[in-house]
Write a protein that binds this ligand. Structure first.
Ligand code: VGL
Ligand code: ZN
Length: 214
C-alpha cells in the first residue's frame, strides 16, 4: 500500500537531520557507517524544492556531555529535571569542525538551517521541541507558514534525532516519511527497535530512496 506516497511537490520538504562530521566515522559521536548516507541524500535531494537542514549545536559546557559530569562515562544515564538523559561523548561543539555539515553534502537548495541543543541545561534530539518537551525550536511554525504539509526525513541518528523529530512532526500534524537507507542508527540498548515501534505507532511511513526515485 504505497498510495500515501504521494508525488513530491511544493507541499513536501526534505528534513536532513544532523548530517554533521561529529556523527560520521572519526567524529565525536561516530555512528557506524554514518557517511554512507551522504551519497543517498545527494541522489534524493534534487527531487525536493524545499529542504531544511538541522545542526546539533552544543556549547562546550553542555549538560549532555559525560565530560561535564565528574565520575561519569559516555553512555551512562543521569536524571535531569526533565527526565533521563544519556551522557554522550563531546560532539558538535559550536563553531568546531565536528559541528560542520559533511563536506560532500549537496544541498544548496536548502532554505533553512535550524540549530538545536544550544541551551546549556537542555538537550534537543528533536528538531521541533527540546528535551524538556516544552521549549520549541520554531520549526513547526516555520514549516506551517510556508505551506509545508509533508516531511521526508533522513540523517543521523535514526533512533535519536531522526526518530524524535519524526514523532514531534506527527504531533504537529505533518505527514511524515522516513527514508530508511538515508539514515543510520546508534542502537544503544535496543533504542533502534523501540524507535521504529514508536514511529510505526505514530503513523510514520517508511521508504527507501529507490521508492522515491522510481
Ligand atoms: C544525536 C545523540 C546526541 C543525534 C545528537 O543526532 O541523533 N544523538 N546528540
Ligand atoms: Zn547532541
Amino acid at each position: 500500500m504505497n498510495h500515501a506516497q504521494a508525488r513530491i511537490d511544493e507541499s513536501c520538504c526534505l528534513l536532513v537531520v544532523d548530517a554533521q562530521n561529529g556523527f560520521m566515522p572519526g567524529g565525536g559521536l561516530p555512528v557506524a557507517d554514518g557517511d554512507a548516507i551522504v551519497p543517498v541524500i545527494n541522489r534524493i535531494a534534487p527531487l525536493f524544492a524545499n529542504a531544511v537542514i538541522t545542526q546539533d549545536w552544543h556549547p562546550a559546557d553542555h549538560v549532555s556531555f559525560a565530560a561535564n559530569h565528574a565520575g561519569r562515562q559516555p553512555f551512562d544515564t543521569i536524571m535531569l529535571p526533565y527526565g533521563e538523559q544519556v551522557l554522550w561523548p563531546v560532539h558538535c561543539v559550536q563553531g568546531t569542525q565536528d559541528a560542520e555539515l559533511h563536506p560532500d553534502l549537496q544541498l544548496t537548495q536548502a532554505q533553512l538551517i535550524i540549530r538545536k541543543g544550544f541551551h546549556r541545561e537542555v538537550d534537543s534530539y528533536s528538531a521541533f521541541v527540546e528535551a524538556d518537551r516544552t521549549t520549541t525550536t520554531g520549526l513547526a511554525a516555520y514549516l506551517q507558514a510556508r505551506g509545508i504539509r509533508q516531511l521526508y526525513l533522513c540523517g543521523l541518528a535514526t533512533d535519536y534525532c531522526v526518530a524524535w523529530s519524526a514523532l514531534d512532526a506527527r504531533k504537529a500534524g505533518f505527514s511524515v516519511t522516513v527514508i530508511e537507507d538515508a539514515c543510520r542508527a546508534i542502537d544503544l540498548n535496543g533504542s533502534l527497535a523501540k524507535a521504529w515501534a514508536d514511529m510505526d505507532a505514530a503513523g510514520v511511513q517508511r521508504v527507501v530512496a529507490s521508492d522515491l526515485l522510481g
